[in-house]
Write a protein that binds this ligand. Structure first.
Ligand code: HEC
Ligand code: HEC
Length: 348
C-alpha cells in the first residue's frame, strides 16, 4: 500500500496517517534494503509521491504496461527518477546526493517530460549528441542531463555510468520512440510584445493568479516532511539558478502560457494572454527584486561564442548593439530584426 499525494492536494496528516507513514516508511526501508540485492527496483517514496497527472497527454503509452524485465524496470525507474528526483538524488537522496535543491525534474519537465509544451522529452533522445551554444561544444545526452542537475538544480554532475543516469536516458529513449515527435515539440507559439516586458504589471498578475500556490515570497510550499515541494519555488535560494533556461523571460513566458496556473491553463486553452505571460515571467525573473542562486564557478563563461547567444539572454558581452536591459526585458523584436539584417543567428 502506498500513500500517493498528487501535487495539488495538501494532506495534513492526522495521527493515524502519521502512524501509517511511520510504519510504511519502515516497510519501504526494508523493501529498499531487499531491492538493493537485484539493483533494479529501488524503494519508492511513500509520502507526497509525484505522479503523472490524470489528464495526461494520451499520445504516450503507459510505463505500467512495460514488461517486468530488466529493460522495462530500467525505464520505469527512469520515470520515477524524473518524478521524485529529490527523493532519489536530492541533497538527502537515497541513491546519491547530486541535486543542490529539492525540486524534481517533473516540476518543469511536466508529467516526467511527456506533456505537450511542458518542456517535454518527445524528441530529446534523438537530438543528442548536440552542439550547445552555452557550453560551445557538443554534449552527449548524459551531459545535457547533468547540465540541468548543475543548473537549475545547483548540483554536481552524476556519473554517466551510474544506474540512475542510465535509467533516465533509457526512459528518454523510450519516450522518443513512442511519441509522434513532430507534434507538440518545443515551445508554444507566443507573440512577442512590441514594448518591453513590465515586471510591475507582472507582480499584480502574480499576486492574483500565482501566489496562492507559489507563495507571496515565491518560495513555494514544502510537503509534510520538507523532502520536496507540493508547489515548487520560483525564486529564492532553493529555486532555479540564474543563467538556466527558465531565467530567460521568453522561455519562461512560453512555459507559463501553456501550463500555468497549474490545472487551469493547458496548451490547448491558455489562461493568460501572451502579454500577461511575458509580464509575469519578467516579474519572477526580475533580479532587482527577486534573487536566486548563481553558479559557483564563474571562470567558465556562458556562450563563449557570443554569436550564438539567445536574444533574451541577459549577460553581456553581446554581438549586437543593444543594452543588457533590452536583452533581458525587451522589446526583443528590434534585436531579432537587427540579427536578421546582419545575417546573425536568431535564437529565442
Ligand atoms: C527549473 C526548471 C527545470 C528543472 C527543475 C529541470 N529542468 Fe531540464 N530543462 C529546463 C529548461 C527550461 C530546458 C530547456 C528547454 C527548451 O529550451 O526547450 C531544459 C532542458 C533539458 C534537457 C534538454 C532537452 C532537449 O530536448 O534538448 C534535458 C535532457 C533536461 N532538461 C533534463 C533534466 C533533468 C534530468 C532534470 C532533473 C534532474 C531537469 N532537467 C530539471 C528546465 C528545468
Ligand atoms: C494551483 C497551484 C498553482 C498555481 C495557481 C500556479 N502554479 Fe505554477 N506550478 C504549480 C505546480 C504544482 C508546479 C509543478 C508541476 C509539477 O510538478 O507537475 C508548478 C510549476 C511552475 C513553474 C516551473 C517550476 C518552478 O518552480 O520553477 C513555473 C515557472 C510556474 N509554476 C509559474 C507559475 C506562474 C507564473 C503562475 C501564475 C500565472 C503559477 N505558476 C500558478 C502550481 C501552481
Amino acid at each position: 500500500m502506498k500513500e500517493v499525494n498528487n501535487n495539488n492536494n495538501i494532506i495534513i496528516p492526522d495521527i493515524t496517517t502519521i502512524k501509517f507513514l511511520f510504519i510504511s516508511g519502515i516497510i519501504s526501508i526494508i523493501a529498499g534494503i531487499a531491492s538493493c540485492g537485484d539493483g533494479t527496483t529501488p524503494g519508492t517514496p511513500t509520502d507526497n509521491t509525484a505522479s503523472i497527472s490524470s489528464d495526461r497527454y494520451e499520445g504516450i503509452p503507459d510505463t505500467g504496461l512495460l514488461p517486468h524485465n530488466d529493460s522495462g524496470n530500467t525505464i520505469r525507474y527512469g520515470q520515477q527518477l524524473l518524478l521524485n528526483t529529490a527523493y532519489y538524488i536530492g541533497p538527502d537522496g537515497i541513491k546519491g546526493h547530486y541535486l543542490g535543491n529539492k525540486m524534481n525534474c517533473t516540476n518543469c519537465h511536466l508529467d516526467a517530460g511527456t506533456r505537450p509544451y511542458g518542456f517535454n522529452f518527445f524528441e530529446t533522445y534523438k537530438r543528442y549528441p548536440q552542439y550547445r551554444g552555452r557550453e560551445d561544444r557538443i554534449l552527449t545526452i548524459a551531459e545535457r542531463v547533468n547540465n540541468c542537475i548543475e543548473r537549475p538544480h545547483s548540483g554536481t554532475p552524476m556519473p554517466a555510468d551510474s544506474d540512475e543516469m542510465k535509467a533516465i536516458v533509457a526512459y528518454m529513449k523510450w519516450v522518443s520512440e513512442n511519441v509522434d515527435s513532430e507534434k507538440y515539440k518545443g515551445h508554444i507559439e507566443l507573440q512577442l510584445p512590441e514594448r518591453a516586458a513590465d515586471p510591475v504589471a507582472g507582480a499584480k498578475i502574480y499576486v492574483a493568479q500565482c501566489a496562492s500556490c507559489h507563495g507571496s515570497h515565491g518560495d513555494g510550499l514544502w510537503n509534510s516532511d520538507s523532502s520536496t515541494y507540493v508547489y515548487p519555488p520560483l525564486w529564492g535560494p532553493q529555486s532555479y539558478q540564474a543563467g538556466s533556461s527558465l531565467h530567460r523571460i521568453v522561455i519562461a513566458a512560453r512555459f507559463i502560457k501553456a501550463n500555468m496556473p497549474h490545472k487551469i491553463a493547458t496548451w490547448l486553452k491558455p489562461a493568460l494572454t501572451d502579454d500577461e505571460a511575458v509580464d509575469v515571467a519578467a516579474f519572477i525573473n526580475n533580479d532587482a527584486e527577486n534573487t536566486r542562486p548563481h553558479k559557483n564557478d564563474n571562470s567558465i563563461a556562458d556562450y563563449p561564442n557570443i554569436n550564438v547567444k539567445p536574444v533574451d539572454f541577459q549577460d553581456p558581452p553581446f554581438a549586437d548593439t543593444f543594452t543588457a536591459a533590452q536583452h533581458k526585458f525587451g522589446p526583443w523584436q528590434p534585436i531579432v530584426s537587427y540579427h536578421e539584417a546582419h545575417n546573425m543567428k536568431v535564437i529565442y
